[in-house]
Design a protein around this ligand. Sequence first.
Ligand code: SIN
Ligand code: CO
Length: 388
Amino acid sequence: MSKRQLSPDFDSKEFLAQYWQKKPVLLPKLIPNFHDSLAPEELAGLACEELVESRLITEFEAGKWQVRHGPFEDSDFTQLPESNWTLLVQAVDQWVEDVADIKTLFNFLPSWRIDDIMISFAAQGGSVGPHYDYYDVFLLQGQGERSWKVGERCDSDVALIPGEELSLLQDFKATMEFNLTAGDALYIPPRFAHWGTATSDSLCYSIGFRAPSMAEMIEGFSDFIIKDQDPAQRYEDSDKQTELRGAEIKPELLEDSYRQLTERLAEKHQFTSWFGCHVSQPKYPELIQPLDKALSSHDFAALLADGIQLTKNPSSRFAFMESAAEGCVLLFVDGAMVSFSMKQLSNIVAFCEAVDIVPGTSSDLLTDPEIVELLRQLLNQGSLLASV
Ligand code: SIN
Ligand code: CO
């Protein structure tokens, strides 16, 4: 199969400046000559697997949708009507290498922002109803055709149809309409209303991006710094207790505590560590399993000498940050951080960009003892996988 490429007409700089996180846009033939990674029957097969998240959404009467959650049985599919239903399978990139490869085309955006690739198969007339999502998404059309209506950006208090498991919009007004065929992509920023309907049996690849909510950040960062707090450090009364009225909490009494608390939350260095760990958290940690027997340095060197090939676990996430102020480079893998001196910057960049690490071809990585030790640890913890 020929390697997919983005259209030479797609200008990523212009896209980032004009549209990313700002407004929806149709990207016609973003991937020219697009070929599907799997057939609808294979998608249905995945939806029958225990570990795969999937949903079947049927519009059983005009404007009324029913949702069922997988895993499904073959018979669930044979009983479906000819039209008006959609099968959605989450994180197909975890299971199908050709789908994971699609993510590499979006390398004009940070890889740690990508959440997953969900694939939907919609029978003619199938739709999941008018809604908005909290994340950026590229809706990449596979086989067949789908028509998309796009509306305005929604506020959190927008009216939803009551009693629907799907959060569907009560008053959807389309301001744009597009018909997508294979290789076209529609970019939708967070909270823009959208509604796709299959005009023929069709596949759609949703390349979704993650963005932690403020609530998640406050909770996650607080949890992260809690472990460094001295339990003996407590609220203390200041000496400004004059003219106290019984049950009164005097603003002056809060001041020191407030200052101490905000100083801790304003720890940029700590926040940096937490942020990198947080955004590199895997979506499915259960798919990253340590080796039954950890490899010693000696065992690992022997495997490398045998020409073992290292591949990144498709469930693992890698990110790095060059910290000029600290004079170091921070590598984040699956929610953990390792710090290297700046002289390792090019190796860390190369490691994050590498798809495979193959003895003989990734020579710089495999000749540096510090990086070899990193690779050994990542193989032991399951973030790297080995094959011969
Ligand atoms: C679909 O694939 O039909 C639904 C995707 C979406 O609207 O987010
Ligand atoms: Co959506």
